[in-house]
Design a protein around this ligand. Structure first.
Ligand SMILES: NC(=O)c1ccc[n+]([C@@H]2O[C@H](COP(=O)([O-])OP(=O)(O)OC[C@H]3O[C@@H](n4cnc5c(N)ncnc54)[C@H](O)[C@@H]3O)[C@@H](O)[C@H]2O)c1
Length: 319
């Protein structure tokens, strides 16, 4: 039997990586719905899937979901620029649309795996655990927390699982478009530093590069999403490496991957709000998803830089 998988936001970084992997599976047809507000058609050049330009809550898409056309829905579409301050817009696009998708998926009992975010934790003390310290510091994080709350209200009514994945800082192939937006570069620090290094520019970090983040490699993020296809219960899970690493660690590993060392310039952090330490607690991730990350920062950066050095920029396929 052929599986039909819907991926909203499938032209984006994470969605296109999920699409690239799933479209390689036998008896699997992937449909991408994207409004191309931040995604990039180039991510889908080599992905065998149907591509539709539409809002993720387009009436015809919702009808298809309600009619049971899809085996599973990956909902990745969102305003992903965390500096957007328009509160109404953020909640409309990120939260309201998701509520409509759940209403439709409940009619056909279709599995939903959706993107939440570590932004729900704001600057709470690490490690970050589901159900505690959920104090977002911006409207983006709040819109994602609202999604998790809405999902929870559907758990009992929805026969198929609804699984929220709180991604931490994701890096890997397929994110180039995030550095090509006007004025605001939102790609991972790995790509930003790599681009600077290749351009012969000075690498700069906020003083003194000791800020810690849980960086998770895209291959692990795809692995967590695939695990969501067979999970048997609803819930929200963190998707991180489970380890916090410093910005200095990134520069050091970039140097190792490129066979050089970098002299970093440190400067004052201009932001009044800045996440200083994120680290995913993986308790629910293991129980609900039965999945664990496999890529350390060292391995992930080495693999990513190898792809970049070969000129690869699209999504990766599971190897
Ligand atoms: N990349 C990360 O580190 C990270 C971390 C936490 C959470 N997330 C979440 O993961 C998901 C994917 O993020 P990404 O990094 O791939 O970002 P991205 O910006 O590359 O992808 C988002 C995609 O959604 C599309 N989109 C936006 N609004 C839409 C709408 N209303 N209808 C249809 N398509 C729409 C965009 O065009 C884009 O292709 C998002 O929900 C994001 O909030 C990402």
């Amino acid at each position: 039997m052929t599986e039909h998988i819907l991926i909203t936001g499938g032209a984006g970084f994470i969605g296109s990586n999920i699409a690239a992997t799933l479209s390689q599976r036998p008896n699997t047809e992937v449909v991408v719905v994207d409004d191309f507000s931040s995604g990039d058609w180039r991510n889908l050049i080599h992905v065998d899937c149907e591509v539709r330009a539409a809002d993720c809550d387009d009436a015809s898409v919702l009808q298809e979901i309600a009619d049971g056309r899809y085996t599973a829905i990956y909902h990745e579409a969102a305003i992903t620029d965390t500096t957007v301050m328009d509160q109404r817009l953020m909640v409309e696009v990120n939260t309201n649309a998701f509520a409509k998708i759940l209403e439709a998926s409940c009619k056909s009992d279709t599995r939903v795996i959706y993107a939440s975010s570590a932004g729900t934790y704001g600057n709470s003390a690490a490690p970050n655990s589901i159900g505690s310290g959920e104090e977002p510091e911006n409207i983006y994080g709040f819109s994602k927390l609202l999604m998790d709350r809405i999902a929870k209200r559907w758990y009992d009514k929805h026969k198929a699982p609804i699984i929220g994945l709180r991604y931490f800082n994701v890096y890997g192939c397929g994110e180039h478009h995030k550095n090509e937006r006007d004025g605001n570069k939102t790609a991972s620090m790995m790509l930003q530093m790599y681009d600077k290094a290749k351009a012969g520019e000075q690498l700069r970090l906020f003083k003194y590069g000791e800020q810690m983040r849980d960086f998770v490699y895209i291959r692990d993020v795809v692995g967590a999403n695939i695990a969501g296809l067979t999970a048997t219960q609803s819930g929200v899970c963190n998707v991180g490496s489970g380890k916090a690493r410093t910005f200095n660690d990134i520069v050091e590993n970039l140097g190792v991957a490129l066979g050089t060392t970098f002299d970093v310039e440190y400067f004052d952090n201009p932001f009044s709000f800045y996440q200083m330490h994120t680290e995913a607690d993986l308790t629910e991730t293991k129980t609900i998803l039965n999945w664990q990350p496999e890529w350390s920062l060292e391995k992930g950066i080495a693999d990513y830089i190898k792809q970049l050095e070969h000129g690869h920029r699209g999504p990766q396929v599971a190897s």
